[in-house]
Design a protein around this ligand. Sequence first.
Ligand SMILES: NC(=O)c1ccc[n+]([C@@H]2O[C@H](COP(=O)([O-])OP(=O)(O)OC[C@H]3O[C@@H](n4cnc5c(N)ncnc54)[C@H](OP(=O)(O)O)[C@@H]3O)[C@@H](O)[C@H]2O)c1
Ligand SMILES: *[C@@H]1O[C@H](CO)[C@@H](O)[C@H](O)[C@H]1NC(C)=O
Length: 336
Amino acid sequence: MAAAAVAALLAALGGTLWLAARRFVRPSVQQLQGGGNAGLMHGKTVLITGANSGLGRATAAELLRMGARVIMGCRDRGRAEEAAAQLRRDLLLAGGPEPSPEAGRAEQLVIKELDLASLRSVRAFCQEVLQEEPRLDVLINNAGIFHCPLMRTEDGFEMQFGVNHLGHFLLTNLLLGLLKSSAPSRIVVVSSKLYKYGDINFEDLNSEQSYSKSFCYSRSKLANILFTRELARRLEGTNVTINVLHPGVVQTNLGQYIHIPLLLKPLYHLVSWVFFKTPAEGARTSIYLASSPEVEGVSGKYFGDCKEEELLPKAMDESVARKLWDVSEIMVGILK
Ligand SMILES: NC(=O)c1ccc[n+]([C@@H]2O[C@H](COP(=O)([O-])OP(=O)(O)OC[C@H]3O[C@@H](n4cnc5c(N)ncnc54)[C@H](OP(=O)(O)O)[C@@H]3O)[C@@H](O)[C@H]2O)c1
Ligand SMILES: *[C@@H]1O[C@H](CO)[C@@H](O)[C@H](O)[C@H]1NC(C)=O
């Protein structure tokens, strides 16, 4: 009995050590990105929502290294300034282009305030972008909120649907003219595999009757995919492409609303360190879709690990996608 327990313990320990060892020999970001591609994004302007944290920040870091001008759309100026300072330091260390702005030359990294939980903020943000930016080559709808208790946006929408879908829906629509005039241009949407557990329940889209944290997250991520497919259809022939991705499971701040009992925290950290992707690894598909010549002209597709993946039929339902588009237009008050 005791011997069996000791054996099991040793096996578990051995397994953990083996996995940890594997973790140590993971490829570096430079290796992941092939180390090359510097200059590939030169002259291009990229807008990333939620660029101060996790995947958004890692995406910004790599696109900056590739020479892009990056606009960070962030809701908290303090957190954004901190992230920007770190991004500038990393860029200098990587020997990237000098971030010092010359008179009359645009800065390479810019912060603009954007709260996707406020339609007023989204409108003000877009107005500023349209006034100040002569072009927009890539829009990355990355910001997201996960598993929060029932909360409402400024306009009364359920928070996860409001931020992950509706805020980005309005943002994209308001920037579409600029993206079209900058064509060929790209839109990249960050969804999640968890879309599989969602459903667009038109009878309670705003969670007035019931609320489930996980269902509402999945619903918002399914909406991201349906939005992508509907917009791809509407953008045919414009040279503006839109694709959607899932990043895998990544160690970021996204789990901030998940409560883990204190005693289990060390175990959780160990497990996530061993099994979860780092933000740099998780950002690879976003970076790929934003920059790779391989996906030029590709639109309306779903990607994981830089490869196209199959979708469940519910994510390809054209009539649901159209209806969601129409309802979303009404919800955010886009007047035609
Ligand atoms: N991590 C994963 O395992 C995973 C898996 C599948 C999909 N995803 C998706 O990946 C995307 C990025 O998430 P992450 O993992 O990098 O998490 P994260 O570290 O929490 O980053 C999320 C970003 O979204 C911003 N954000 C949240 N609410 C916002 C609002 N109302 N207005 C503007 N910005 C807002 C956050 O800003 P603050 O810093 O101010 O909060 C933060 O910058 C999300 O769309 C998420 O659904 C992640
Ligand atoms: C799209 O790109 C192709 C190839 O560069 C070009 O011939 C065409 O005129 C473009 N169409 C639009 C609508 O910009």
